[in-house]
Ligand binder design. Sequence first.
Ligand code: NDP
Length: 281
Amino acid sequence: MKTVTLRNGVTVPALGMGTWNIGDSASRRSSEIKSLRKGLEAGLRVIDTAEMYGDGRSEDLVGEAISDVREDVYLVSKIVPSNASYDGVYKACQRSLEHLETEWLDLYLLHWHGGTPLEETVQAFEDLKDEGLIRGWGVSNFDVEDMEEIESLSENCLVNQILYNLEHRGTEFDLLDHDLKSGTVTMAYSPLGQGGELLEHPALKELASRHETSLGPADPAQIALAWVLRRPNVLAIPKAASEKHVAGNLASLEISLTDADLKTLDSAFPSPKRKLSLAMI
Ligand code: NDP
């Protein structure tokens, strides 16, 4: 499986699992847990959640899904900026650990840049790390200027989690290269365009018809994911609430897009020629 190596030396698979909107419905709970288990059994060790998702319901479900395999999981959660003061970080981290029923997070991310000075949040992250409550930290929705600020404060920011898919290529102008050069792994969120219009696009349908996986003919979601995963230094975290979708996402790792495929996608979804403000959801 394609992997990425974080600057602390930890190597993880480049395909993980997102969990936004998971845990919100009692009727979907069992299928959502089975999907996460299926992904874990297949080696998708990285699970991304956040205190904000369903006010802790996503963390609750993830905690339940991984309780007997915690050591095998690379567990990521995120703190909202309104909790990012020194004391707020400690309290939020404790709450997340309780929801997740675990003693540590592998990675703790600042969900976006808010009003608290970054120095204060970084100090809290470093202290949590020293105490073993988290094993690493990073940021999310940070553009180049934000990354330069965090890099001026610490060399320990492991990840920048950002929106990246065929419909949102703005970061190709500068941020993706910046993070690659500085050694910060890019975690691509919403790589499937949230399962919306992107997956209906004729260019994706056409390319899907040109590729096969071990499951049979490829589909647009697999092409969209293979496209995100083509870049080095990028870890994609699609959310899938059914075992079928998890299997499909795994099979996207079998697809190598050709130069001709990439040209087709560049025509349908042009890369930006100028700096755009960072898109986020
Ligand atoms: P995604 O791009 O991952 O799309 C999820 C949608 O795609 C769901 O409707 C899902 O359906 C569908 N899907 C999944 N697999 C397939 C497949 N193989 N074929 C067809 N459809 C499929 O959107 P998200 O916004 O959920 O992003 C992924 C994760 O990124 C989030 O869950 C969250 O963890 C993180 N995130 C982080 C943000 C941040 O600010 N840091 C912001 C947004 C997301 P189904 O559920 O039925 O399987």
